[in-house]
Structure formats: structure tokens, C-alpha cells
Design a protein around this ligand. Structure first.
Ligand code: S3P
Length: 441
């Protein structure tokens, strides 16, 4: 088992070179689910091949979709789903669990138990199940109220109008997918924008989605009975996986970095906007779009950062980047504040706490009061032995801390990085000089 990463830095670590990050997790999972719902043969080009997306892929197969894997594309033959003989284990993937709960609740004739690992069982599902029940869904909690595992008995749902109480792309997407199998229209009102990959992907599957914007809100309308048709989806690189290199490219010395083929969906770029306000030298160049998803190159140059502030309205656009933004704050001049990030408490770990604990273990001073994190900088980090709470984003944070700290560090449970970034150590070996990484038992 490759569960401990030992890091030896004999000299200050430097960074430089070019990188294509792993493919986008959110887009891959959406393409797999829509591919299974759609009639015909959907090709997902350049999918993310990691633990979360493999959990989703296997679930599609067990639901009766044809699944054909080649190195750079996965084909899903969808349309005819049936009840699987056993439970669908979605591992650690909150996106797969929540989107599938919505999609299958509206699938008449399909009965399924959705389950996952201990972390997934601890994450709130009521935010999906409550509105789905308003639409008439038949969903039963099998162990704890508001948590997976659940039994979903698919049936025809009713349309409804729903204002999202939490800005969550997973909730929004689950309801849009449920809306495909509803009688009437599902109307979702969003006051704070969250990632809009589902909205951008639905037209590729021949589903028309109406979007009205104005008065500080977006209203999304999907008409029931629209049967998705197969599509080709090309997945760009994942900005959230690339973010470890963006932060290290700014904070370590060296020639800087060029990150290619990375997704540039504006609803995912909040952390770049924050770093820009802090004086980061980052150049973003859009090169094209895969369907409605823009992609391009991000060039990063070593920079001196000033303090920055993240307010609650910006959180959804940088939700997965907060651990590494907090690390950037330890190296920025002055006191940085990240506010309103309570959603992080219900991620793969209580990520506000695990972020603060990881930074503190590496010698940083961090103040965390409820959902407000304050970090003064610049601070000198020291090497540490840490554990990553089974959380892939904490594994990436710990690796980045170790690079800045120098000396010898140890990260236990590092294999959780495989949830979204299986090639992380290989990329680190290529981009960093002065650090030796050894993964072992
Ligand atoms: C995701 C949405 C976000 C994000 C998660 C992936 C998605 O969660 O944190 O990693 O693919 O829709 P929420 O929408 O629950 O904030």
C-alpha cells in the first residue's frame, strides 16, 4: 500500500516546466451520468481516470449502461437502465452520489441502494433528498436520517420551483437531472453562482435549458420529458488539481510554470481572481472551448503576495481551492481573511479544521473561529509529519506545505490524492528540483 509519502529536501525546492493537469472531475462525472441516461453511444474523451470517476463509471455499468474503456476515451452506451443486483458503492464521491440520487429518483422502474465510504456516509444528503421529496421522490434513508446509504425507487416526479438554500452545484445539478424525468417544469433559483458545468453540458445532450438572469439571481428551467441524446464530451484539465502547481509556482523560486489544456470555466476561477488581487503574476490565455467549456494556458511566475480577503459570495467559485489559498496566505504580507466557508465543514473531511491543523503542523499560525479563517504572513514553515484525513485536497495541501518547509516531512494516508490526482507524485518529480519523494508503506 502506497500510503506514506516521505519527502526529503536537501536544498530549497525550485519549480519550473510545463504541465497538463489531470482531467476535470466534475465534468467527467457529469458526462458519465448523462451518457448513461442518454440514448445511444456517448464518447467521453480525455476522462479523469481516478478513484472518484472510476466509482461513477462502475456505477453506470452496474445500472446497465454499456461501458467501453480505451486509454484516452470512455464510451457509454446509455438509455436502457435497470435495477442493479447489489448496492452501488460510490466510494468517496459526493458528486456521483448526489447527482445520481437526483437522476435515478426520476427514473421509473429503477430501484437502487446508493452507498459509499465512511466519509460519504457522514456528508449531508438532506439538501438533495428534501427538494426531491417535494417533487414526489421515493427515497429512504437506510441508516441515519439525512445521510447515505439511501434506497431510491425511481418514479415519475412533478415539476416544481425551488430556491437553493445553499449555493451548491451538486444540489442544483441533482435537481436539473431529476427535472428531465418530471412532469412539467423544474425551475431552480440560484442567488450565488456555483459551477455551471451541468448547464453547459445539457445542450450537448440535446436538452434545452432556459436560463434567465437578472435581479441578482439566475433562474434555470428544464422541461420534463426531454430525453437526452448521446453526445461527445471532451474533458479539459482540472483547475482544482492544477491549483497546487499555481500556488507553488508563485511561492517557490524558479522559472515559473506553464499549465496547458486547463479548464477556464469562469465559475471555477475565483481563486485566480483572489490571487490576482494579491499581486500574483498569473497570465491566463484562453485557447478554445470544448463544447461550452473554455480551456487554455495558465502561466505562473514567482510572486510576492499581499494579504487578501475572500468573502462568502466568492466561496462557491473557489470552494475546492481554499486549503491551498490558506497556504498562500501564510506567505502573503499582512493578515488575510477567508470568511463564510462553512460549506467546507461538510466536504470529504471537516476541511476548515483539517486545513488549519495541517498548516499549524507545518508551523503556521492560523486563527479559525467558526467559519472565519485569519492567517498572518509571511510565516516560516518547518517540516512535519502529518496525516491527511482521507481527504485528497488535504493530501495536496500537505505536499505543498512540505515543499515550502524544506527538510524532511512525512504525509500519512497520501494515497487519498488518488481520488482526483493519481499522477501527483510523478508530476511533482518532473516539476520540482531539490526534493526527493518516496511513496511506500
Ligand atoms: C462539485 C461541486 C462542489 C465541489 C465538489 C464538486 C461538483 O461541491 O466542492 O468538489 O462537481 O458539482 P458543492 O456543489 O456541494 O459545493
Amino acid at each position: 500500500m502506497n500510503d506514506v509519502l516521505r519527502i526529503f529536501c536537501a536544498q530549497p525546492v525550485e519549480i519550473g516546466g510545463e504541465l497538463t493537469p489531470p482531467s476535470d472531475k466534475s465534468i467527467t462525472i457529469r458526462a458519465l451520468i448523462l451518457g448513461a441516461l442518454a440514448d445511444g453511444s456517448t464518447v467521453v474523451r480525455n476522462p479523469l481516470n481516478a478513484l472518484d470517476t472510476r466509482s461513477a463509471l462502475l456505477a453506470m455499468q452496474l445500472l446497465g449502461a454499456g461501458v467501453y474503456e480505451r486509454e484516452h476515451d470512455w464510451t457509454i452506451i446509455g438509455g436502457e437502465l435497470h435495477s442493479p443486483s447489489g448496492a452501488l458503492d460510490l466510494g468517496n464521491s459526493g458528486t456521483a452520489l448526489r447527482l445520481l440520487t437526483g437522476a435515478l429518483a426520476a427514473r421509473s422502474g429503477v430501484e437502487v441502494v446508493l452507498t459509499g465510504d465512511t466519509s460519504l456516509h457522514s456528508r449531508p444528503l438532506g439538501r438533495i433528498v428534501d427538494p426531491l421529496r417535494e417533487m414526489g421522490a421515493d427515497i429512504e434513508y437506510l441508516e441515519n436520517e439525512g445521510r447515505a446509504p439511501v434506497r431510491v425507487r425511481g418514479k415519475r416526479l412533478k415539476g416544481f420551483r425551488y430556491e437553493l438554500p445553499v449555493p451548491s452545484a451538486q444540489v442544483k445539478s441533482a435537481l436539473l437531472l431529476a427535472g428531465l424525468g418530471a412532469e412539467g417544469t423544474v425551475e431552480i433559483i440560484e442567488r450565488t453562482a456555483s459551477r455551471d458545468h451541468t448547464e453547459r453540458m445539457l445542450p450537448a445532450f440535446s436538452v434545452s435549458l432556459e436560463i434567465d438572469e437578472g435581479d441578482g439571481r439566475r433562474v434555470l428551467k428544464v422541461r420534463g420529458g426531454e430525453k437526452p441524446k448521446c453526445a461527445e464530451v471532451v474533458v479539459p484539465g482540472d483547475i482544482s488539481a492544477a491549483f497546487i502547481w499555481i500556488v507553488l509556482g508563485l511561492l517557490l523560486s524558479g522559472e515559473g510554470l506553464s499549465i496547458r489544456d486547463v479548464g477556464l470555466n469562469p465559475t471555477r476561477l475565483g481563486a485566480l481572481r483572489v490571487l490576482d488581487s494579491a499581486g500574483a503574476r498569473i497570465v491566463v490565455q484562453q485557447e478554445g472551448a470544448h463544447g461550452l467549456e473554455p480551456f487554455g494556458i495558465i502561466a505562473v511566475h514567482p510572486s510576492r503576495l499581499r494579504r487578501f480577503r475572500v468573502d462568502s459570495g466568492e466561496i462557491p467559485s473557489l470552494i475546492d481551492e481554499i486549503p491551498l489559498l490558506a497556504l498562500a496566505a501564510t506567505q502573503a504580507e499582512g493578515e488575510s481573511v477567508i470568511e463564510g466557508a462553512a460549506e467546507l465543514k461538510v466536504k470529504e473531511s471537516d476541511r476548515l479544521r483539517t486545513t488549519a491543523e495541517t498548516l499549524v503542523a507545518f508551523g503556521a499560525q492560523v486563527e479559525l473561529i467558526d467559519d472565519v479563517m485569519r492567517v498572518s504572513g509571511p510565516q516560516r514553515l518547518h517540516p512535519a509529519a502529518v496525516e491527511c484525513a482521507g481527504d485528497h485536497r488535504i493530501a495536496m495541501l500537505a505536499l505543498a506545505c512540505a515543499m515550502l518547509a524544506g527538510g524532511q516531512s512525512e504525509i500519512k494516508g497520501f494515497s487519498s490524492a488518488d481520488i482526483s490526482y493519481p499522477g501527483l507524485v510523478a508530476d511533482a518529480d518532473r516539476l520540482l528540483t531539490g526534493a526527493e519523494l518516496a511513496q511506500g508503506g
